[in-house]
Design a protein around this ligand. Structure first.
Ligand code: DAH
Length: 373
């Protein structure tokens, strides 16, 4: 604060001179007008109305004036401060409106934009089918067992009583893995069926054993509408005291009814597999015509080709030789086993006519199956 004035004339005090007050006011108004955002306006406000601003200083000088001079000086400074205050308020309103309009544009969310640009694809229906079958058996108290796809000949053939001269053991049917020294005789194959998992299970668990074994298997077939060199199977194995063919039949009937509907039973046709004795082909009643198309040329059935039954896999009572190979006493335990093909099931259950669709991995094939089949 400056010292009290000797003169009583307020215009003699530098800060209170009309032109000084005017200058301070105009500078303030110019700064307010020039502020292009709220932060700049705040700066202008501090600079021109804050404690150290010329107008605030001028205001303080008024206090030191003699009473008769106070009114006139007060009016002048008050008018200037009022004008600045008003301008500040106006600009504040303008800049806030501008900011709000800008925020509305900049932070707008376009709710019409597509939210799912990366398609999620779909699970393969063979996977879903396999899991569905697994679940069904898990519900009956079975466990899921798995084994390697690259398998030794002993597990894939010998232990299953498939003797060395069996046609399946030729290069025509089986992919043999070449040994590291380049010879073909490595004793290792790509498994031709899921039955070696039976052996692995029996060797590592003690009865009672109830397992299902899903997995990929390989055979030297060309890829065409009805063959593929890699395909899926699911194997079942039960070892317990007193198991008979009746248990096998009851289990399979429950299995196919759960998969294909009430009343769809199985038919076992005598057959031969080295690892089961007796052995049977496993057919299921046609779930489309239920046998009605047999002998009725007027109403043919595409699903069973009017045969009334659909071939699906093989089964039988585990050959005692196999039990012995796995260290299980056939005098105490007996067991049944079965194996079915997944691709075939997908074909007749969902009218998939070409197996190539299942291996090509095109999402246009998998998507329509969704998550559940
Ligand atoms: N492993 C046989 C195959 O791939 C299918 C099969 C038949 C499995 C009879 C079994 C069975 O467990 O008991 O052709």
């Amino acid at each position: 604060m400056s010292a009290p004035n000797k003169s009583y004339d307020p215009v003699e005090v530098e800060a209170l001179k009309p032109e000084e007050v005017e200058r301070a006011r105009d500078a303030a108004l110019a700064a307010v007008a020039a502020a292009s955002d709220l932060a700049q306006l705040q700066e202008a406000k501090v600079a021109h109305t804050g404690d150290r601003s010329p107008l605030a200083l001028a205001n303080r000088e008024i206090g030191a004036l003699p009473p008769q001079a106070k009114a006139e000086a007060g009016k002048r400074v008050g008018a200037a401060r009022g004008a600045v205050k008003k301008a500040l308020e106006q600009r504040q309103v303008e800049l806030e409106a501008e900011r709000d309009a800008r925020v509305l544009v900049e932070e707008a969310v376009d709710v019409t934009l597509p939210w799912d640009r990366a398609p999620r694809g779909a699970r393969h229906p063979l996977t879903t089918l396999s899991e569905r079958i697994e679940d069904l058996f898990v519900a009956m108290g079975y466990e899921v067992a798995e084994g390697p796809q690259v398998e030794t000949e002993w597990y894939n053939f010998d232990a299953l009583n498939i003797l060395p001269d069996h046609p399946a053991r030729t290069m025509q049917d089986t992919f043999f893995v070449r040994a590291q020294d380049g010879t073909a005789d490595s004793g290792v194959v790509l498994r031709t069926h899921t039955s070696p998992v039976q052996i692995r299970t029996m060797l590592t668990r003690t009865p009672p054993i109830y397992v299902v074994c899903p997995g990929r298997v390989y055979r030297t077939d060309e890829l065409d509408a009805t063959h593929t060199p890699v395909f899926g199977q699911i194997e079942g194995l039960a070892i317990d005291k007193g198991l008979t063919m009746a248990h096998l039949k009851g289990t399979l009937d429950h299995f196919v009814q759960a998969m294909f509907g009430e009343g769809i039973v199985t038919r076992l046709r005598p057959s031969y597999f080295p690892f089961t004795e007796p052995s049977a082909e496993l057919d299921l009643k046609c779930f489309v015509c239920r046998g009605a198309s047999v002998g009725d040329p007027e109403h043919p059935c595409r699903t069973c080709r009017s045969e009334g039954w659909i071939e699906w896999g093989g089964c039988g009572m585990v050959n005692p030789r196999v039990l012995v190979a796995c260290g299980i006493d056939p005098e105490v335990y007996s067991g049944f086993a079965f194996g079915v093909g997944l691709e075939r099931a997908l074909m007749f259950r969902h009218n998939v006519e070409d197996m190539r669709d299942m291996v090509e991995g095109d999402v246009r094939f998998t998507l329509p199956f969704g998550m559940e089949i």
